[in-house]
Design a protein around this ligand. Sequence first.
Ligand SMILES: [Zn+2]
Ligand SMILES: [Zn+2]
Length: 561
Amino acid sequence: MENKPIARTLRLLSQLMELHDENPFKIKSLANAAFKVDKLPFPIAKKSPAEMEKIDGIGKSTAGKIVELLETGHIGEMQTLLAATPEGIVEMLGIKGIGPKKIVTIWKDLGIETVGELYYACNENRLIEAKGFGLKTQEEIAKVIEFRMASNGKFLYARVEAEANELFKKIGSLLPGAKVSFTGEYRRCSEIITELSFLVGTPDIQGAIKALTEAALFLDISENETGIKGETENKLLVRIDATAASSFYSELFKQTGTIEHVGAVTARLTGDIEQAESEEAIYEKAGLQWMPPELREGDTFIGKAAVNNLPELITYTDLKGTLHNHSTWSDGVNALEEMALYCRDQLKLEYLGMCDHSRSAFYAKGLSIERVLQQHEEIDSLNKKLNGFHIFKGIESDILNDGSLDYPDEILARFDFIVASVHSNLKMEKEKATARVIKAVENPYTTILGHPTGRLLLSRKGYDLDFKKVIDACAANSVIIEVNANPLRLDLDWRWHQYALDKGVMLSINPDAHRNEGFLDMHYGVLAARKGGLNKEMCLNAFTLEEIKKVFETKKNKVIA
Ligand SMILES: [Zn+2]
Ligand SMILES: [Zn+2]
């Protein structure tokens, strides 16, 4: 074993000891030894135990640990500490800028156990007020984590968008007169992007490739006869293919859908598509309605396209209001009135559903009963002066371990609507987790099931649920399912939307905003919902103020009856 891995192991041991509040003297001497071993001009593994002890800064106890490591491959003391530490916490020790002291706060005070949760907490502004943190530390941590997430070549759609649009513009201006389009994952609005791809249609393919290469739009550019590829500064793969202008639509079709989708459409083709004048013409030759790129994932929607029955997909401008948002009453950044004015004046919406956290979410300053009543007073007085814009009294009620909601019935009855979400005990096994969620869905006060799996894309899997059972329960109890629009969540996953819609379950595109800019996430929720085939008729927050008031009233009347 070389010095480096030995030094790394000793450092990790010292960090783990600090995490578990062990003797500070021992911790310091181990950290010091780790530093020394790293700098030694000879391999320490070649020395005898007696020689090791004599090296400045090592000493008898550390030498013993190194010998144990060399002989057995691990250090017993470290195995014990590792067993008592969640994997994600150990992972955090490897992140630059967060030492063991901060990690103790993150773990013990904030209840965060994975890097993904930590990232989400940064986004929810949860670190600012924790001991030893501040806005700057929070931002630094978020940046380091984003960098780590990107290092495995996968990116959230939302983190690629700005750069993608920028590149699109540059390509267009480099090749005046050429047809340019996104293709692949990005054109399909996939939630995770592994390659950003473009197609260029031009009479001069070689000229276009030359111009694109010379413009050095990104790094490590290599070219072949049909295009160029390379990567952006943060390692996102980029590809630009060039084709003759006459075969642009045929190529666009082939490069947009998944292999499965393109295969299924191609199998139905009755003629040649090489010179097709539009994508519509290609789908027509396959006896299909034109399919929006978002739907070209597999063959799910082909049956509907064959009978001219594709849903008219929801658009951002269909949204009339926003439900499930957090203000300074719990863990949000903006005051309730600021959020209402932003929605009314900037976003031109008709209503805002406030859903601060409920009392069990202590880490997020969840509202006590007393605070709920105070918030309702504020909402009542704001509603009087907002000129027709309406704030609905909602709550994001924690689903407790046994599936019940977080307040007694007489308090639940005071809300206009209730989003029920799981925030704790995410590791429950499938059957138990399903039963817990279903119990919450069956609660007559539950209006919307919030982020059903708790997943955080690229970082936390979300718990296993029997989706069919949960969706069936929502159908039976007229509960709406949230499409959480935070680009890290997009939960309920679009792959389940059709099943829900077929059962008559409505969806709601909820930003879960914790600050005014958070409302804009509804854009990503719309993209995900389009992939799922949602139309405006089945989207709760596409309802006008009058319509949604009726939905909430009907639900409440059912409880009384
Ligand atoms: Zn939540
Ligand atoms: Zn929330």
